[in-house]
Design a protein. Structure first.
Ligand SMILES: Cc1cc2nc3c(=O)[nH]c(=O)nc-3n(C[C@H](O)[C@H](O)[C@H](O)COP(=O)(O)O)c2cc1C
Length: 157
């Protein structure tokens, strides 16, 4: 059975919940999945594949997610890995494309061979944001991305 690590950088929990949903979706497809805060991962050599996600704050990934990349870059290069950012909140019409993903980090991940990077809507409880746009996480979009990843992995005993 393929072993998969889902790991994340999250300040207020929204990204952690996305990571949990990805992990659950992969488990439902028969994969052996651990879901761990990026700051708590000690080794990744036991995993066949990795999914890394981070919240974006002021156009940057969380420090623990950036440190994960630097710490495990050699191992990441040797296995399939996928990445997501959790960011945009507020009225989607006002999204600034330049703020949706941290460009430098994503370019670094591309150099390491990331299979795909996606940006999921985020969540903020700020009262300055209209209530209907405070949680833009689309669970079906997240599950569907995870199912696509699961489909590309062998599920053998
Ligand atoms: C101070 C602040 C700065 C933010 N900066 C960005 C940003 O640059 N780009 C973006 O897409 N989202 C930005 N966001 C939205 C967060 O990334 C979003 O709320 C995310 O889902 C929070 O994840 P977490 O709960 O896991 O920490 C910002 C939010 C706050 C409060």
């Amino acid at each position: 059975m393929s072993r998969v690590l889902v790991t994340f950088g999250s300040k207020h929990g929204a990204t952690a919940e996305i990571a949990e949903m990805v992990a659950e979706t992969l488990r439902a497809r028969g994969l052996d999945v651990d879901c761990v805060d990026a700051g708590d991962v000690e080794r990744i050599d036991g995993y066949d594949a990795v999914i890394l996600g981070s919240a974006v704050y002021m156009r940057r990934w969380r420090r623990e997610a950036r440190q994960f990349i630097h710490h495990f870059s050699a191992e990441l290069e040797q296995r399939p890995f996928w990445v997501f950012s959790s960011g945009p909140v507020g009225d989607p019409k006002k999204d600034n494309p330049a703020w949706l993903e941290p460009g430098r980090t994503i370019r670094e991940l591309e150099r390491l061979g990331v299979r795909e990077h996606v940006v999921f809507g985020g969540r903020s409880t700020s009262s300055g944001i209209p209530a209907q746009f405070r949680d833009r996480r689309d669970w079906e979009e997240i599950r569907s991305w995870a199912r696509k990843i699961a489909a590309s992995m062998p599920v053998t005993a």
